[in-house]
Design a protein around this ligand. Structure first.
Ligand code: IDP
Ligand code: MG
Length: 135
């Protein structure tokens, strides 16, 4: 039985630039999830490097940091029953090529370099990320 959870969600610079934030927020609310907090902001290199530290040894890491600092993001705390896994399902696969139609990445993203949305991958990481981005 899922319990009420909070997860950290971020609409990435590509989607903000393309004015897709509203459509993405609509999908989240339609799922019965609640936007608890939301703010548009720009990320600095250091924050992105810490957030994606698990990918620091990947060849695309530099491009990922450049992408995430290329423009404003919309950061959110989203709550609801089983919010962490519900958001991961709603987002779709990391690589939009593999993301099912009807998912946010499946419908709004084209390639893995700019895949529209971030969502925490576990309840433990959700708490860490909410603290990191909202303090
Ligand atoms: P997730 O965002 O679905 O949790 P992670 O494996 O945590 O996926 O990767 C974090 C982010 O790093 C992805 O959302 C994407 O922006 C970027 N990324 C992951 N794999 C690749 C890749 O193979 N090429 C380019 N960027 C990637
Ligand atoms: Mg991840």
């Amino acid at each position: 039985m899922p319990s009420i959870e909070k997860t950290f969600i971020m609409i990435k610079p590509d989607a903000v630039r393309d004015r897709k934030s509203g459509l993405i927020i609509d999908r989240i609310e339609r799922c019965g999830l609640t936007i608890e907090r939301m703010e548009k902001c720009e990320l600095d290199d250091e924050t992105v490097k810490v957030h994606y530290a698990h990918l620091a040894d990947k060849p695309f890491f530099g491009d990922l940091v450049a992408f995430m600092t290329s423009g404003p993001v919309v950061k959110m705390v989203v709550s609801g029953l089983g919010a962490v896994s519900k958001m991961r399902t709603l987002m779709g696969a990391t690589n939009p090529q593999d993301a099912a139609p009807g998912t946010i990445r499946g419908d709004f993203a084209i390639d893995v370099n700019s895949n529209v949305i971030h969502g925490s991958d576990s309840l433990e990481n959700a708490a860490i990320e909410i603290e990191r981005f909202f303090g």
